[in-house]
Design a binder for this molecule. Sequence first.
Ligand code: FES
Ligand SMILES: [Fe+2]
Length: 323
Amino acid sequence: MLRDHWYALLESREVPAGRPVGVTRLDRRMVFWRGPDGVVRCVHDCCCHRGASLAAGELRGGGLACPFHGFVHQGDGRVSLIPANGRAAPVGDQYRVEAWPVREAHGFIWLWFGEDREELPPLPFFEDLAEPGWSWGSAVDDWPIHYTRAMENQLDVVHLPFVHRRSIGRGVGTVVHGPLVRQQGVSIRFWVQNVQDDGQVVAKRPDQIGQEDAGVELEFRFGNVWQNKLGPKFRVMLAFVPVDADNTRIYLRVYQRFVTVPLIAGLVNWVANIFNLRILREDKAVVLTQQPRRTHLKMGEKLIPGDMPIVAFRRYRAERLGE
Ligand code: FES
Ligand SMILES: [Fe+2]
């Protein structure tokens, strides 16, 4: 798991007021809840006393009370009350669980997984999708595979006319020019252009194409979000949530701003998502067959120029993981 990144881990609607929510994320048991102010907190879902799950506890005293012996844990991980010692007794600093900084924005709950910093970097959400006018609908799909395979599938610009030959890839050319890849900070942007193979054409190298004739633009941002800029008014956005070493949850969203009447927009987004989920399951059917289950920079796969976005992804990770 890459440290020192923001991860979109849940949708806002999944953490209601009034009760804690226990989930596995980033290979850890975590519990999320909203404080009296509505702000979301997250701590390790394992009581510091004797290891019970806090997710079955109750919200009390501004924090979360363990169901076993009532220790109240606050959002910073500290225990504020040990009932057996008496409310008047001080609580030592050693009574605490791990806590993570959390932000809520764009309908997601984001968690900073990394070192404590005075000032955390901005959320890696897409600025253009944060503009007013967009509406979105979402769907969820669980993939029993390591998140690197799931993410790389959306960096794979070669598979379209094969995996999606009966849907969005029908008739799409098999030859891939470029792709052009631009990497900056946590962002990998890439442009792809597919052309028909007339038996004469050879795929152009990235330096032989300009951004203007480079076709569709896609972008991945570490830790875990991606968008396909299908048009100025229509986007597909994904969040790949690492659950554990063998499981990834994908939040799939359609963003559009050509229908603005709320009820009709809701219906359009819902229908578009059914379609997109179908496309995503075409990907899933192939990705779940991939071996090994997770990827590394030097793993012996025989990549081609069309795989450049995947190489950029693996390099970024390898540098930070010290591989
Ligand atoms: S195990 Fe949580 S209070 Fe004892
Ligand atoms: Fe695909």
